[in-house]
Design a protein around this ligand. Structure first.
Ligand code: GAR
Length: 211
């Protein structure tokens, strides 16, 4: 099976990126990371990509007057790299119509809460403050809302009495590193079918053979 070309957008430390790098390396993910783009020059994700000899590009949003100009620049870079799936891995910028038109149903995100509960920012603290007993993470297609697109996979973790936001974030990240590669592998195998809000997971195609 041909490897799916990923474009990873990341703003932070890049542990999700690292799990994707590792899964590509051990062939549990039939994909290759064509480019890693960050809006943050200091993102740990950029050094992780460089260490793995993956092409990187920093496009600092502060260098652009208008969001559309930034979005166009990122989209151009993704297209020049032949990206087939845009993977948001801790990318802290809103995805606008320019992205969505360039990559229809080809942008996915991971969010550190069980959507539709707690969209937005600081969501581990939100789950604790709300008194939720469980939280988790969600991989979803990106649409024109904030954390509202059709859900692909979710994983659940407990929220413990003594948890601070960092504790819960760390417990959730362990699950993120499992379900993000799984979701991308399903996409790579052509097994995700969107129908309204539902994402159907199709059975394995026997013609694909073993990987
Ligand atoms: C992850 O927890 C991811 O779910 C979250 O940022 C973190 C990035 O960590 N994403 C969002 O909150 C998106 N709104 P990482 O840089 O170590 O992968």
């Amino acid at each position: 099976m041909k490897k799916l070309r990923l474009g990873v957008l990341a703003s932070g430390g890049g542990t999700n990126l690292q799990s994707l790098i590792d899964c590509c390396a051990d062939n549990s993910l039939t994909a290759e990371i064509a480019i890693v783009i960050s809006n943050n020059p200091d993102a740990g994700a950029l050094s992780r990509a460089e260490n793995a000899e993956i092409k990187t590009c920093c496009i600092n949003h502060r260098d652009f007057d208008k969001r559309a100009a930034f979005d166009n620049r990122v989209v151009q870079q993704l297209q020049e790299s032949g990206v087939e799936l845009v993977v948001l891995a801790g990318f802290m910028r809103i995805i606008g119509p320019i992205f969505l038109e360039a990559f229809p149903q080809q942008i996915i995100n991971i969010h550190p809460a069980l959507l539709p509960a707690f969209p937005g920012l600081h969501v581990q603290q939100q789950a604790i403050d709300y008194g939720a007993r469980f939280s988790g993470c969600t991989v979803h297609f990106v649409d024109n809302g904030v954390d509202t697109g059709p859900i692909i996979l979710q994983a659940v973790v407990p929220v413990l009495e003594e948890d601070r936001a960092d504790d819960l974030a760390a417990r959730i990240l362990i699950e993120e590193h499992k379900i993000y590669p799984q979701a991308i592998q399903l996409f790579a195998e052509g097994r995700l079918q969107i129908e309204g809000r539902q994402v159907h997971i199709l059975p394995t195609d026997p013609n694909l053979g073993s990987r």
